[in-house]
Design a protein around this ligand. Sequence first.
Ligand code: NI
Length: 158
Amino acid sequence: MRAAAPPLAGRCILMKDNHMTDLCRIGVAISGDLLEKFDKLIAQRGYTNRSEAFRDLIRNELVQETWKSSDSEVFGTVTLVYDHHARLLPEKLTELQHHYHTAVLSALHVHLDHDNCLEVVLVKGKAALVQKLSNALIAIKGVKHGRFTVTTSGHDLP
Ligand code: NI
């Protein structure tokens, strides 16, 4: 017996201007209060319609999910603010980035004022490795603020 063709589960085909598009229309039940807050938020963020805001929320959740699989390939940035006079801090930063050189794509350094530096390190690699590097950078003594942001190559994201 031949296997049946896979069902089109979850796929929607809509006609738009006489062309088929792979777009699904869904209805979402939401309280008036919540919707009002949502509309206010997305207006502040510059969205002109709810659909794009919903899609971005979903994409963000999907990116966060890939992050949980330590084997997936991710891109990210590590943002650091530090006083470059802090003892051995610049040396440790350089040493770590050399140690994890396969995961470091680029780094941007800005001298904020006489003492403070802003550094953004662009990283790429297996989630577990990139996380390790970012934790190590942020944990260096003298780093005043550190933030790791994960993103995606975009391949698997419609
Ligand atoms: Ni500097």
